[in-house]
Design a protein around this ligand. Structure first.
Ligand code: ATP
Ligand code: MG
Length: 266
């Protein structure tokens, strides 16, 4: 039975159209970081990227966002070279990046206003999203008046508000305590189910990857190669204590352990 719950992506074709097509190699000076990383991401897919520290995950997100030109290869979004001016790419960072001079409501609304959406549309979209991330009642608070977890909720709400082409998340929950982290994971799935979106989510935490992802890619130490690219077919909501869940997490952990030579930290 377990065999039907995960599959190598190559053996389980996903019928959704391709949204992002990646084929990159990158080096910083003489330091090779990525060595022919090649994968596609489907429309509305939730892809988790895992890999040892220093293997180039943040660099890859910068390349996917069009903020960094790879030294080899390219990223296509909707078949065109990624361009932050033409494509709407949302980025959620490790540390919440709220705008301190704007209220919670205005922080979430900022992208919608840039897109010149009508005032009614902005209001109803923001109200809806603030409900999903449990920030109703805090609309008029400013970032310094709310906790770190709440600020990260604001950043996530903003990322999903504008129907981005791609939503990139770089270990967004790493600085949160475990109960908050678990709540946020559930909220991210709930906002993703509501708003849809193509998500590429970087995490060190394998439990998080198995809990969240439609699919997980495990990267080697640098120069990063793909060690595994697996569709996760476990039904949601996922039970982190189920045998299938634990088995998959252990399988990923073995791959990562084999990828990082003992005594090295990346
Ligand atoms: N701007 C830069 N110039 C030169 N080297 C860089 C630069 N940015 C990152 N590096 C190097 O590239 C490698 C990959 O860094 P990156 O931050 O992408 O890794 P990461 O997988 O995100 O690590 P972590 O899991 O610790 O966040 C590291 O060896 C890092 O020192
Ligand atoms: Mg990083």
């Amino acid at each position: 039975m377990a065999a039907t719950l995960t599959k190598p992506a190559a053996e389980a074709p996903d019928p959704r159209p391709v949204k992002v097509d990646v084929d990159v190699s990158h080096r910083y000076g003489t330091l090779p970081v990525h060595d022919g990383l090649k994968f596609t991401v489907r429309e509305n897919e939730f892809l988790c990227l895992c890999g040892p520290s220093g293997c180039g995950k943040t660099t890859l997100l910068d390349i996917l966002a069009g903020l960094l030109e790879p030294t080899g290869g390219r990223v296509l979004v909707h078949g065109e070279p990624v361009n932050p001016k033409r494509h709407n790419i949302s980025f959620v960072f490790q540390e919440p990046s709220t705008l301190p001079w704007l209220s919670v409501r205005d922080n979430v609304a900022v992208g919608l206003r840039i897109k010149k959406r009508s005032a009614d549309d902005v209001r109803s979209t923001v109200d809806d999203i603030l409900g999903v991330v449990n920030l109703r009642g805090y609309e008029n608070y400013y970032p310094h008046q709310i906790s770190g977890g709440m600020k990260q909720r604001v950043a996530i709400a903003r990322a999903f508000a504008t129907d981005a082409d791609v939503i990139l998340m770089d270990e967004p929950f790493v600085s949160l305590d475990q109960p908050t982290r678990e709540r946020m994971q559930a909220e991210v799935l709930s906002i993703w189910a509501r708003k849809k979106g193509t998500v590429i989510f970087v995490t060190h935490n394998l439990e998080e990857a198995v809990f969240l992802g439609d699919r997980a890619i495990i990267l080697s130490a640098k120069p990063a190669r793909i060690l595994a690219d697996v569709r996760i077919l476990l039904p949601r909501p996922r039970n982190t204590l189920s045998p299938e869940f634990t088995r998959l997490r252990a399988q990923f952990a073995n791959l990562l352990n084999a990828a990082v030579p003992a005594g090295t930290g990346g």
